[in-house]
Design a binder for this molecule. Structure first.
Ligand code: NAD
Length: 287
């Protein structure tokens, strides 16, 4: 049984959700889904239970897309999905471990057979692993590369058949400003790899009408950056990043969501292979 949540949805979407969660057969679904619903684009956001994942999902949902919050922490993703209100499009939670090929294939299979299409993939799931080159743990390196770099590759590989059929689509990979600045080698190498992967996807998938871009945040206040810090060092960190920004402000999750929504919109139709820094200008700072 799949979890699904959408509040204040239109009747057609309710029908759709009923089918998706197994209350209705595929045949009954096909008889009832309207053209409007079939034409609505479908986005998968990995790491959809996290702060940026939720903000990205809100921006895409606001723009009328069905959104799947795909996360290893399925309970959290289901809880976040239940909080969406006020749009016709559906918001669903699905379990996935992006590091595992079978898990990714199963996710894409479930989403594809439920909606009949997959348009947008936002590769946002990641883990942070620190350590200097002299003492980093090999297991940390392997884990971060499996999740942060192999994960986006697996997701895109699994969705290619849909893009091939649809002749359109969008990939947005969430990178990081550190691909430019350097920093802890495990995380930085994986994120620089994400930029390389994005450029490869842009050249390979372009003929299918698929754009591929990276969004590179710098510091955003989330659990990702808050973990393990006491209040005083947290405040110091906020001050440090405010000072780094020419705009004198901290980037918020909604800033990232809006940038992703732009990159998958018709307005960005001529943009592919790009890295969009969304960090209030902090990419201009040396470190
Ligand atoms: N927060 C920042 O300052 C910042 C800065 C630059 C880049 N980023 C990038 O933004 C993205 C989101 O960061 P966030 O701050 O929202 O982090 P977060 O920790 O709030 O969210 C990350 C989510 O990814 C999920 N996840 C981890 N491993 C997974 C796996 N194997 N399979 C599926 N899901 C998995 C987690 O359960 C979590 O819900 C990451 O790619 C991160 O590298 C964040």
């Amino acid at each position: 049984m799949l979890d699904c949540h959408s509040v204040a949805v239109e009747p057609v979407t309710r029908t759709f959700l009923a089918a998706y969660s197994g209350w209705m057969t595929q045949h009954e679904l096909e008889a009832q889904v309207t053209t409007d619903d079939q034409e609505r684009r479908v986005a998968i956001v990995t790491g959809g239970a996290g702060a940026l994942g939720v903000a990205i999902a809100h921006a895409l949902h606001r723009d009328g897309l069905h959104v799947v919050l795909a996360d290893r922490d399925h309970d959290a993703a289901a809880a976040r999905a239940a909080e969406f209100t006020g749009q016709a499009a559906a918001v669903l939670a699905e379990p996935v471990d992006v590091a595992q090929p079978d898990s990714v294939s199963a996710l894409v299979e479930r989403v594809g057979s439920a909606f009949g299409r997959i348009d947008v993939v936002v590769n946002n799931a990641a883990v942070q692993r620190r350590g200097d080159i002299g003492d980093l743990e090999i297991d940390d390196w392997d884990l971060a590369h499996r999740v942060n770099l192999r994960g986006p590759m697996l997701m895109c590989r699994a969705v290619v058949p849909y893009w091939n059929k649809q002749r359109s689509g969008n990939v947005v990979n969430i990178a990081s400003r550190v691909w430019l600045s350097g920093g802890p080698p495990i995380y930085v190498a994986a994120k620089a790899g994400v930029v390389g992967l994005t450029r490869s996807l842009a050249t390979e998938l372009g003929p299918l009408g698929v754009t591929a871009n990276a969004v590179a945040p710098s510091f955003v206040p989330t659990n990702f950056t808050r973990a393990g810090r006491d209040e005083s060092s947290w405040q110091d960190l906020l001050d440090h990043h405010r000072a780094m920004s020419p705009l004198g402000r901290i980037t918020e999750p909604a800033d990232i969501g809006d940038a992703v929504a732009f990159l998958v919109s018709e307005r960005a139709r001529a943009i592919t292979g790009e890295v969009l820094h969304v960090c209030c200008g902090s990419q201009l700072a040396p470190r």
